[in-house]
Design a protein around this ligand. Structure first.
Ligand code: MEV
Length: 297
């Protein structure tokens, strides 16, 4: 075989980003419309494709593990996930590339090995990463993520997640550092914040299972306030959150690393998604996407 191919998709975090790095659970959804494809060929052309650092680390780790020549491949990526917007671009690129390397070398790739390799890349790309992105970009269903592992989550709701890009690129690494500093400043505040985060994520899972969009919207708003208090919102994010709520969204919040990036809003019923997207674009979103919850589960 001279060419291996692999793919993955982007993700959004419904609730639980940042506090998940400190041990609380999180809920994430795959975004099948944001696709990454990778091809890996034996090194013949001397031309390297795009290789973000985390991708290189993950692929090199795979080749080392399989006793293959580390210098021996070229990776080409087509990344349909905008980078630096909290949509999982780094994890999706590494996942697609490791899958392509496994395909090239005809090595069976189990979920655990894939996760370990992608996490090696994520630690280079993000600093300390919880693993939620690596799990979500490889998942076919919404996931409940806790303690490094993921399980499929039941969703029964006539609603759509609307993602709106502020157009502001931000560094997840910086945001994660900021939260760590904030939490280290006061042990009492740390306990309170992480306890509250865990309660909100548990409640959101119950809302999803019960089809309670109003409840879920409230959890999203509350989680946004919690993240803003941790210092990872941004004026462009707060503007789009306010615009989503003014346009009738059940809830809205930042999603992913924050400090820019994307806003996630809940359209319920699902048919309201088109109107919400239009309102967010009028309010300055550079792009919007929607993920129907029915189809996602
Ligand atoms: C980034 O998508 C999610 C964060 O919680 C970081 C992580 O979990 O590794 C901000």
């Amino acid at each position: 075989k001279s060419l291996g191919i692999g793919s993955a998709h982007g993700k959004v975090i419904l609730v639980g980003e940042h506090t998940v790095v400190h041990g609380t659970p999180a809920i994430a959804f795959p975004v099948p419309g944001l696709r990454v494809s990778a091809s890996v060929r034996r090194h013949v052309t001397g031309q390297k494709g795009v290789q973000p650092r985390g991708v290189e680390t993950a692929v090199a780790g795979a080749l080392r593990r399989w006793n293959r020549d580390i210098e021996g491949v070229d990776v080409a990526l087509h990344c349909g996930v905008p980078p630096g917007r909290g949509l999982g671009a780094s994890a999706a690129c590494a996942t697609a590339a490791v899958r392509a390397a496994a395909d090239l070398h005809r090595v069976p790739l189990d979920a655990r090995t894939l996760h370990e390799l992608v996490q090696e890349g994520e630690h280079v790309a993000h600093g300390r990463a919880s693993g939620v992105d690596a799990r979500a970009v490889a998942a076919d269903t919404p996931i409940w993520f806790a303690g490094g592992t993921a399980r499929p989550l039941a969703v029964e709701m006539d609603a759509s997640l609307v993602i709106a890009d502020t157009g502001v690129t931000a560094s997840t690494c910086d945001a994660v550092r900021r939260v760590r500093t904030h939490l280290a400043a006061s042990p009492a505040d740390r306990e309170r914040t992480l306890g509250r985060a865990a309660v909100l994520v548990e409640a959101a899972a119950d809302d999803l299972a019960a089809g309670d969009a109003t409840g879920l919207g409230l959890r999203m708003r509350d989680f946004h306030e919690l993240l803003a208090a941790l210092g990872v919102s941004a004026p462009a994010v707060d503007r789009l959150v306010a615009a989503a709520l003014a346009a009738g969204a059940a809830g809205a919040k930042l999603t992913g690393g924050g400090l820019g990036g994307c806003v996630l809003a809940l359209a319920a019923p699902a048919r309201d998604a088109a109107g919400l997207r239009a309102a967010l674009e009028r309010a300055g979103a550079v792009r919007t996407w929607s993920v129907p919850l029915g189809a996602a589960s």
